[in-house]
Design a protein around this ligand. Sequence first.
Ligand SMILES: [Zn+2]
Length: 422
Amino acid sequence: MKEIKIGNVSGEPGKINYGFLDILEHPVGTVERLPIIIAQGLKDGPVLWLTANIHGDEYTGIPVIHRVIKNIYIKELKGAIVAIPTLNPSGSRIKTRYPYFDKKDPNRLFPDGNPFKDKSKTDKSSVSQIVLDEVQKDADISIKTEQVIKISVEDEEKTEIKDPLAVYDNEELYPSTQEMIWKKLFEIIKSSADYLIDLHNAFIKSIPFIFLDRVLYNDNLGEDAKKEAEELYKKTEEMVKAFGFTVVRETTPTKYIQKKLHRSTSGAALNYLRIPSFTVELGMYLDVEPEVVDAATVGVLNVLKWSGMIAGYIEKIKDVPVIAENAAVRHIGHPRAKESSIIELKVKKGDFVKKGDVVAKAKDIFGRPLASGSEIKTEVNGYVFMINEGILRYPNEEICWLAAEDVKPMVDKWPKKSQIQQ
Ligand SMILES: [Zn+2]
């Protein structure tokens, strides 16, 4: 069995141990720490990481972790569960998505595994050297970084103008507080995790679902890289199916990188650490729906059964609707408002809509139909799995999110730099 030690807590056969990992000293001298649970079985087996509440106003993952830990017969567990009920204590205590000391989306700040990330902003001065050192330092968490280093050197050699100010302009040299915290945590994940599930919440009107990320590979590394990616995707898809929720595929590779989704908790675990990982969205944020906690607990236990960590048959999810079963769907924001309006919804979360169906009616603030036409219709078939909040819409704002048929491959190449630039 792997030895697991995180902060002041260690894994012990047959025990559930609790403790903390110090992550930051505030300027006022107090310390930010993450609560850590290590539940280790008596027998060897995989290590599942369960994380929650990285967005401080998304609470459902916390009771799900409590329930899973309570449901485990530790003497019968094979392997270990590492659970972190909150990845964002500072955001959580003030009910905000972001931590107050670093107001960026913390779920886009994990280490960047993109082999084609832009290094051309640096010149051949000392900056290049620092950047290369950083890449080399990252070598232990990267797969086959030799190629990455070679590519970035070639890029830099093409840059001839020396800019003495480049060092101060290069944000990669000044990672933010949260980025530095995640870099440390990522090393710990790397040292122990075989699987990872990150628990989130979505819109107030949303059905619980899983975001399934595409597995990306570096096509400069030949056929083996593609094969490895296919294997990783197969395993990840199996794990997602075992959980049992509605599955919605993440966006296409170029948009995935543009939105920094490869730097989310599960995105970085999957596409950088190369371990099966996914994000679960557990219905509404800011509060907890008990039936979703019930369903997600069953989902996590299903994954433990699938991986052989506990005995038993995989249970069907009954407490929440499961839609788009056996369909390959990805999310799009559709349809959108044509002009500023007050909308009246004509659909409910979970509905299937067909091309031409009215999703909402748009009116002006006096309740009168709009001159441009008040019916907002869908142009594609799909499932309404999330409805954007509120009744006001500006031009081009989405009414809802549809899960519509996806024809793009789930194993794909990392997009090259030129494709990523917007
Ligand atoms: Zn979230």
